[in-house]
Write a protein that binds this ligand. Sequence first.
Ligand code: 16G
Length: 287
Amino acid sequence: MVRYWYCALMARAAPIISVGIVLAEGNVTDQSGNMFGDSPLVLPVGGPLYLQLKRWIEDAIKRGTIKPGDALPSERDLALRADVSRVTVRKAVQQLVQDGVLVQRHGSGTFVAAQTPRVEQSLSQLTSFTEDMARRGMSVRAEWLDRGVYAASPEETVILGLSSGEQVARIARLRLTGDMPLAIERASLSASVLPEPTEIGDSLYKYLDRFGVRPVRAIQRIRAANIAEADAHLLQVPVGSAGLHIERISYLATGRVIELTRSIYRGDTYDFVAELRLGDPSAGAKP
Ligand code: 16G
């Protein structure tokens, strides 16, 4: 089979460099058959070469030309195909791995990462993880990382309003939809509310509801976080990827704090959405 490379400078509104391989039969493809489909590799113009290649790979994934699980050609192959140096390819691939777009498996190569569903969560409703997922028709499951009754830390004692010496129930769960981890949630509740943490089943809020202690109000703080090694491993994302650190302190109608939960959500799967309304401009104004 005769193959040859071509590079074409095409002048439209903006010049575009196109690079591809052409089979003797006239098809443009690659050895794996699907990486380039039947159109030439067209690097977008502008910025450093490694960013052009990175953008091209991202676009190809968005278009569906390259699918989750597909293997990337070797560094050498890509360098040839894009007519760039191997250092350029390495830089583009490294960034895509860091962004979680590609995954590298030791000994087997680089692959397009599994696509992550994006989940929208309203910031104005006090819902549970189980309810949020059910509303979207998504399956939900938890892997237990910890559940037990412990001596409360000074911070837990203050936040949960415990009397001295009172114990806490701690539950830590990896929350998943199917095989896709979405978040790690670590909750502390007074042991008087949750004496047997092994009994909560699938949903903490369902359990609390059964005993008439489901929270009715919560304060939630969200901040950006780079996911540390142990959590990154559980969430199946590269160490240091973007995440959301969320702290929820929930209250009963009586004003008693019922739950302190600190969670780390994958930044690539969650959108927190708040509805904003025009406020009274005089509210908050100094007298
Ligand atoms: C949500 C809450 C979490 C609560 C959990 C109960 C956030 C950031 N966190 O994930 O505080 O403990 O729901 O879910 O929204 P469950 O009833 O499914 O166990």
